[in-house]
Design a protein around this ligand. Structure first.
Ligand SMILES: Cc1ncc(COP(=O)(O)O)c(C=O)c1O
Length: 423
């Protein structure tokens, strides 16, 4: 019997405590493992037998988190990583090398934008940016060196929802995988793999953990993409880094994830700490409840702010109209996410005054926590971006990024009202 999201969030994942039977998945805080025999050790190294070798490559607590997340997203397999940025870097590098290109929406988290614009470029991988409001832009920008399409479900700060289903169709026609960063929606609102994406990545640091106490990431593969084509020699031709193995021949639907673990994770080492996996395993149990409350609170706060005399403009998918609202309605299970943008009248001085006057909303450069947070991007997260470029990206001088927590909504509205009235 297939189980619903809320049930899987609590029960899916391996029970790794065969010894004591503890009900909470235990923390396995070890670097190495005792091999049962030399034969078993050799088989594990040759990838012929499942089992632990060393916690850089896998660990029972991390393994439980990977299985839970795979079940929640409806994937085939997953690899957890040290951070969301590690997950993204490894997902791309797993199939791209110098001379290749990727086509991406420019509406990205700042760290990813920098990775794509500068670091990948230095390593010879070109990123072609196309606006996703016209999905056909992806088809037009692609060529035979294109290895993947990239987008974020709810990109920050514009919050202009990415049409996963539409770009997914084009990707399928062209034999190019669509990779989606689903951090700001989570599988509680949106399952990219069911909508046409092939690989989904997360910063687990945000809503998945949900309590702002650990950094981590994860890559989940649908197992349905055909990696056999000539576009993906790194997966289907002999790999010298693993005694000439062809990942697709040997691992079929788990080729992408097995290679990521056996090469990226083994050789670059960005593994998830067991303690963080322990915290994520607990956090994810309440994910759907938390997401509902985040979204309900955000909608009510957005409505309140949109009529406030000190507010110029509110950015929220549920009030956006046009493509964004339509795609949000098609993709986000009746919700619109827990983040909003508010452009206060009076530019930088007014924006900073509001941040300083808020009591419940904490002044933090993070998102996806139980608590509400606000920040003034023009002088912090986006201070290095030239003003013109910043404003094109929707970040005006009076713009505040607001991540709405799960506190009582009346308290949140009252807090924002008193802060706005201090301008
Ligand atoms: C959408 C998105 N993706 C990826 C990341 C990077 O995640 P991490 O901070 O866990 O490396 C972030 C971080 O803010 C993010 O918001």
């Amino acid at each position: 019997m297939t189980q619903a999201f809320e049930t899987l969030a609590i029960h899916a994942g391996r029970d790794s405590d065969k010894t004591h039977g503890s009900v909470v998945n235990p923390l396995c805080q070890t670097a190495g493992y005792i091999f049962p025999s030399t034969e078993s050790a050799a088989k594990r190294f040759a990838l012929e037998e499942e089992g632990q070798i060393y916690s850089r490559v896998s660990n029972p607590t991390v393994d439980a988190f990977e299985h839970k997340m795979t079940a929640l997203d409806g994937g085939a397999a997953a690899v957890a990583t040290a951070s969301g940025m590690t997950a993204i870097t490894y997902a791309v590098m797993n199939i791209c090398k110098a001379g290749d290109n990727i086509v991406s929406s420019p509406n990205l988290y700042g760290g990813v934008s920098n990775l794509f614009k500068n670091i990948l470029k230095d390593y010879g991988i070109e990123v072609r940016f196309v606006e996703h409001d016209n999905p056909e832009n992806f088809r037009q920008a692609a060529d035979d060196k294109t290895r993947l399409f990239w987008g974020e479900t709810i990109p920050n700060p514009k919050l202009n929802v990415f049409p996963i289903h539409e770009v997914g169709k084009i990707a399928k026609e062209m034999g190019i995988p669509l990779m989606i960063d689903n951090t700001c929606a989570t599988a509680a609102l949106c399952k990219p793999l069911e909508l046409g994406a092939d690989v989904v990545v997360y910063s687990a640091t945000k809503y998945i953990g949900g309590h702002g106490n650990a950094i981590g990431g994860i890559v989940i593969d649908s197992g349905k993409f055909n990696w056999q084509s000539t576009r993906f020699p790194m997966l289907n031709e002999p790999d010298p880094s693993y005694h000439g193995i062809s990942w697709t021949d040997q691992f079929k639907e788990k080729a992408f994830i097995t290679k990521l673990r056996a090469t990226m994770l083994r050789d670059m080492g960005g593994c998830m700490a067991p303690m963080n996996a322990f915290l994520f395993n607990q956090g994810v149990e309440t994910l759907s409840l938390r997401m509902q409350r985040h979204c309900e609170n955000a909608f009510k706060l957005a409505e309140f702010l949109s009529t406030h005399p000190k507010v110029q403009n509110v950015v929220y998918p549920g009030l956006a109209g046009g493509h964004t609202q339509k795609w949000a309605e098609e993709l986000l299970s009746g919700y619109y996410g827990g983040m909003l943008g508010v452009d206060v009248k009076g530019g930088t001085v007014a924006g900073q005054k509001v941040v300083e006057s808020l009591h419940i909303f904490r002044h933090i450069a993070n998102i996806g926590d139980t608590r509400s947070m606000a920040i003034h991007p023009a002088t912090t997260t986006h201070a290095q971006v030239p003003k013109k470029e910043r404003e094109q990206g929707g970040i005006t001088d009076g713009y505040l990024r607001v991540c709405v927590g799960i506190e009582n909504i009346d308290d949140l509205i009252a807090d924002f009202d008193q802060a706005l009235n201090k301008i």
